[in-house]
Design a protein around this ligand. Sequence first.
Ligand code: M6P
Ligand code: ZN
Length: 191
Amino acid sequence: MKGLMEPIKTLVSFKKGVVYPDGVNERKLNEMRGMYVDDFTFETLLSQDNPLIYEVKEINIPQEKGHIIYSTTTIYPGKVGKEYFMTKGHFHLREDTAEIYFCLEGEGYLLMQTKEGRASAIHMKPGVLGYIPPYWGHRTMNTGDREFVFLALFPGDAGHNYEIVEKHGFSKIMVEENGKPVLKDNPKYTL
Ligand code: M6P
Ligand code: ZN
């Protein structure tokens, strides 16, 4: 670590996440091409509108070993076809680093998977903390009808690796069937 950093205080609203973020990283539908199973519905939606899918409210913490980076993510309610709005998902560049997701508002799932394609999901609602062990890729989806908000904490030197997800996808998808979220095999998944 370089030098001594001064302690900081962050206000977090349960409903809205970080109150005064240093930065907001928005992901709209057009940045999610190829991620959803139904490409036709994706393109149809995109030709009408480019909705905000989720936003990450960030605090500037050095991206270095020893620090803990934290942010809140808000995923808006909605679906592409039957598939719920979700984050892009990633592995860590430093694969031996873990992460914590703590749900503040709404409802959703934390989907994790290994590089070999083994999947595991945790149902998230306020008060549920999901622990993502080292080596597991992670993606979240909003299965409720209002905003799904969670706090994330991870090591400063973890980094983001989106390549694996962009190339292979996740082995499972979360779709609505008879009004309920169901985890299914992703027909697009390639190992
Ligand atoms: C959480 C953390 C962030 C991540 C964000 C959105 O807040 O895991 O590191 O950036 O979710 O997920 P993604 O980067 O996969 O779009
Ligand atoms: Zn992560």
